[in-house]
Ligand binder design. Sequence first.
Ligand code: ZN
Ligand code: ZN
Length: 184
Amino acid sequence: MPHKNPLHIPLRDIPPQGKRYEVNETHVWEDPLREFRMDCRLVEAPCMQLTILPTDEGWLMRGRIGARVVVPCCRCAKDMEITLDEPFEDYVQRPEEGETLAENDFAEGDDHLLLEHGALMLDLGAIAWEQFALALPPTPICSPNCKGLCPHCGADLNLGPCSCPKDEGDPRLAVLRGLKVEKS
Ligand SMILES: [Zn+2]
Ligand SMILES: [Zn+2]
């Protein structure tokens, strides 16, 4: 029976020596980026290569995610292009004997595994999105020397100092000043 989503692959079709897959359908990444309103733009379609190897207990997945994206610097908010090229390894546990899986729904505690027409399927799209999200740097910085934005006036301090009074820049210093006043 044909299945609707070509990225849902039947696990019983994977031979004992493993099988290689490639995912480069842009919607796999574009849809969740839009849905989660993430500040991240794809320069070109990312690509995930993956080898799935059956084991006694489940399936071992070894692969690589590659992408070129534009993200804002977390200090100065300036857009910058970064290249992702990350190897990964993941594992999907075979459902316990007697564990009931709902048709067309993901297995409990595992959003990669689902049942379609009685066949166990692996959602390659979900894996490709997860590995992409894991490969994104949590705090991208345009340069290790990036001075960021002034917390008061928002000026880009990489372009030069702003006209805000210097000693108001650090709230911790303001607290110290307050303590000194109390003591005197
Ligand atoms: Zn920056
Ligand atoms: Zn300022």
